[in-house]
Structures are given as C-alpha cells and as structure tokens.
Design a protein around this ligand. Structure first.
Ligand SMILES: Nc1nc2c(ncn2[C@@H]2O[C@H](COP(=O)(O)OP(=O)(O)OP(=O)(O)O)[C@@H](O)[C@H]2O)c(=O)[nH]1
Ligand SMILES: [Mg+2]
Length: 474
C-alpha cells in the first residue's frame, strides 16, 4: 500500500478552482461543516463494459482502475459492474443499477465513486446529485495522480494545463458540488456571473500556461540541437513496463524505479555505451495507460517531443502481462495520436525472467505472427540479456554511418584523431606524405569534413556493410 495520500481535488495544481470548497472566495468554512472524515477516501469502483468485451478483459480493466485508485491513496471498499449496450444519459449505468450503487456506497460508507469510463459532465452531475457523494471518472483520477506526482516545473505546468482544460466544460458541476456542501449555510448555487468570472480566470490561466510551456519547449529544442551528433533512442511504453529500469541498467545512472503506476513523469536522457566505442543517447518518457485523458497527452506533447526527434523508438512491453497485446494496442494508439507510428521502432519485451522458457517461446511465436516490427526479448534482472538490446542499437548506429575515403597529410594528426573519435576508422594506407583513410562516419561529422574544403574526399557511400546489421530477434 502506498502512503495514505487523500485523492486530491481538482484544485490540486491550479489553486483558483472551486474544487476545494473550504477557502473559495476567501470565505473559510469551518472544518466541521465540510470535512471531519478520515483523510483517506473510501471508493467504490464502477465498471460498465460495453458490447462484447470479454469478461477477463473487463476484470483486468477494473483491476487496473483499483491500482490507479490505490496509487492515488484511496481505499477501494467495493465494486459494481454492469454490462451495458449504451450509456444511460443521466447515470451512465442503468437506472436500477444506479440505485444498487447508491445502497452499496451507503453500506460501505463510501465517499467517492470512480467510473472506469469517461463520464459526460451532465452524467457526473446527475450521478453526484443522485448518490450524494463525489463522482469521478478514470480520466479525472489519472489527472489527480499526475498532479500529486509531478515534480519539475514543466511537468507541473503540463498537468495543470490538462486539469484546467478538463475542468472548463465541467465547471458547472464543480460549482454545484460546492453549493451542495455550502447548502447548509444557506447558499443555493452559483450565480451565472460567478461561473463566467471563473471561466474567464481559467481561460486566462490556460493561455498563460500555454505561453510558458512554449518557452520551455523552445529551450528543449535548443538542447536537442546540441545533441544532434549522437544517435538518439526513446523508451516508450505502458506504465510499469520497466522503461526506467532498463535505462538505469543500460546507463548505470540513478533513476527512479518503482512498482507503481506513473513513476516517471519527466523525460530523462542518459548516455548508453553500446560497444565498439559507440554510444547512444537514450531518453526515458512518461508511461501510457488505457484511456489516458486526451488533454494530458496534448499537454505532455513537448516532453514526448523527445520521442519524435529520436532516431529510434524502443517500445518496452512487459512480457509477463497476460494482456500484453491489449497494452501494445493502447501504446500504438497514443503513438498514432502523436504521429509517431511511422518512426523506426523496435519492440523490447522486458521481464522475461517472470515467465518460463516455454511461455517465452509461445510469446516469441505470437509476436512473430502479428508484428513486423523487429523485437528483442530480455530482462533487466538478467544483465547478460541486455547485450541483445545493445547490439540492436549498435547495428542501427552503424547502419546510419556513411563510408568515406579521404586523403590526409600524414602530419594532420588532429583530423585523424577526430575520425577515430567520431566514427570508425576501417583502414589507413600511407603513400609518401599522404595518408589514405577509409572510415565510417555519422552524417554530421561527414558534413563537417566536407565543409572544411581543405580535405580531399574520394568517395562517399551510404550505410554500413550489410553484415553489420543484426537481424530482428534476440
Ligand atoms: N521481474 C522483473 N521486474 C522488473 C523488470 N524490469 C523492471 N521491473 C520492475 O517493474 C517495476 C516498474 O519498473 P519501472 O522501471 O519503474 O517502470 P516504468 O516503465 O519506468 O514505469 P512508469 O515510469 O510508471 O511508466 C519496478 O518494480 C521494477 O523493479 C524485469 O526485467 N523483471
Ligand atoms: Mg519510469
């Protein structure tokens, strides 16, 4: 169990939002009127699978929701499930089921209901009125988790922006929630003027955040330019797949690894030696999850920009996860939304230590059957298996090199040293005072060489020899 952090209100990052009623408008309401309960929310989860969703899948979705609720610090005190054909306009689930939900919530003394599916602002409002307790959906829960976990200034701004965008169409409901609590002291509901004022305030804050984030994105782009010389790969994948663990193991750097959802919210880039003197810059990114709020993806675009500009995307998959295919599709959807699906990609099946050899065989077979993307199988806990990924990276780096033949003066030790440093020197032949060098260089280094004008370049050929390229399995 994580520490008992209360599920934060939507006021989390914003501060001016009427989610935390106690101090809104400067009128502090005595604590005893609003909250004398323990700080941990007691939550009921609601799953309403549509159509033909398989029963195990529906159960997995609810289990994941329970894990999210747990991550947010709520105690799950019950679950209610109903298969529905289409959502009820007021209650999402059927009216009868909503009645059952109300009794279950009362019996369990719950103070929060969390729906696995996205609720329309109207549905959430009706449900809150009907149930008499707070109602949120998965998107809201994820936003809240991000709000409590964001550490850097950029991540905090990104989360706040996503929260405000999410909140705007739901402002009326937040207000009615507030007025219910305030009802006891004689306030019926917010005036339209108050709503308008808040909308305006939020609108202003949204533009301000967007403006600031653009600034951060620009300085990131400048940073990236400085690294343009190196081969860059980005780790993406479902939350908890082991992206940070992998980067930690490959680079030896200290990174946060946790058996929790969304351990990483900020991208981190580290140097990874891949052998033969080559290295890659590897970037860790925020994990994805099913039904990731759209506003959140949009807000994290600049962080994920790292992935867009990478030479290679490493999609990390948890091999021990029975529903790995479902999660793979979720990640694909997000990549598609980010227009990253066409980028060069390798699937990295991690955590093979958790499955048997037989299961791994079945997995490999299945992957071969459905994926054209090259894949490697490894476990962070079995360091020798990491070589498989290193050699894939090395092969990609070498494939990106260009073969050149140049003639240097034998006295030009500086240029020779640069060729060794920036690429691979394949052969050197001396001819009197001239030195003929065959080398493989990354494009930027070749560009610099060509730009000098004082060096005789005899031949340029793209790509490394084909035997250098490692095949797609490992
Ligand atoms: N058994 C096993 N556990 C692993 C392996 N790799 C990572 N883990 C564990 O999986 C959990 C999640 O690892 P992280 O590296 O934090 O996962 P992540 O993909 O960075 O997760 P987010 O940052 O939340 O997106 C941790 O408890 C790790 O110790 C592995 O190869 N085998
Ligand atoms: Mg991580």
């Amino acid at each position: 169990m994580p520490p008992a952090v209360p599920v934060p209100s939507l006021a989390g990052a914003g501060g001016t939002i009427p989610g935390k009623p106690a101090t809104h408008g400067g009128t502090a309401i005595p604590d005893r009127f609003i909250d004398n309960r323990p700080t941990t929310d007691r939550a009921i989860l609601v799953g309403a699978p549509r159509g033909r969703m398989r029963r195990v899948t529906a159960r997995e979705h609810l289990e994941e929701l329970a894990r999210l609720a747990d991550t947010a610090g709520a105690d799950v005190v019950g679950t209610v499930q109903q298969r529905i054909r289409s959502p009820h306009p007021h209650f999402y689930i059927g009216k009868g089921k909503a009645g059952e939900l109300r009794s279950t919530a009362r019996a369990a003394e719950a103070d929060l209901v969390i729906f696995d599916d996205e609720l329309k602002p109207d549905q959430a409002r009706h449900l809150e009125d009907f149930l008499g307790i707070r109602v949120m959906d998965r998107a809201e829960l994820i936003l809240d988790i991000f709000a409590t976990r964001a550490r850097t200034r950029e991540a905090r701004m990104q989360v706040e922006l996503a929260q405000l965008e999410y909140l705007l169409p739901r402002l009326k409901r937040m207000w009615s929630h507030l007025s219910r609590i305030r009802g006891g002291i004689g306030l019926r509901g917010p005036g339209e003027t108050q709503l308008e004022t808040d909308r305006r305030l939020i609108g202003t804050r949204i533009s301000e955040l967007k403006h600031k984030l653009e600034g951060v994105a620009r300085s990131r782009a400048t940073q990236r330019k400085g690294r343009a010389n190196s081969f860059r790969a980005a780790l993406v994948g479902y939350t908890n797949a082991g992206k940070s663990s992998l980067l930690k193991a490959l680079s030896g750097a200290d990174l946060l690894v946790e058996d929790r959802l969304f351990a990483t919210l900020d991208s981190a880039t580290r140097v990874v030696p891949v052998g033969e003197g080559h290295q890659a810059l590897l970037t860790d990114t925020v994990g994805f999850i099913r039904k990731l709020p759209h506003d959140l993806i949009a807000s994290f675009r600049s962080t994920l920009e790292e992935a867009r500009e990478a030479d290679l995307i490493l999609h990390v998959v948890d091999s021990s996860e029975p529903d790995w295919e479902g999660r793979l599709s979720v990640v694909h959807e997000v990549l598609e939304e980010l227009e990253l699906l066409d980028a060069p990609r390798v699937l990295v099946f991690n955590k093979t230590d958790l499955i048997t050899h037989g299961e791994e065989e079945v997995l490999r077979e299945r992957v071969r059957g459905r994926e054209h993307t090259p894949s490697v199988f490894l476990s962070v806990y079995q360091p020798e298996t990491l070589e498989r990924l290193r050699s894939v990276l090395l092969a990609r780096i070498r494939a990106a090199l260009q073969s050149v033949q140049v003639v240097l003066k034998v006295t030009d030790g500086g240029t020779l040293a640069a060729l060794y440093r920036e690429g691979e020197v394949v052969r050197t032949t001396r001819n009197g005072s001239a030195l003929m060098v065959t080398a493989r260089l990354p494009a930027p280094a070749l560009g610099r060489l060509q730009a000098r004008g004082d060096i005789d370049i005899l031949e340029v050929a793209a790509g490394a020899a084909s035997e250098d390229i490692v095949p797609s399995s490992g």
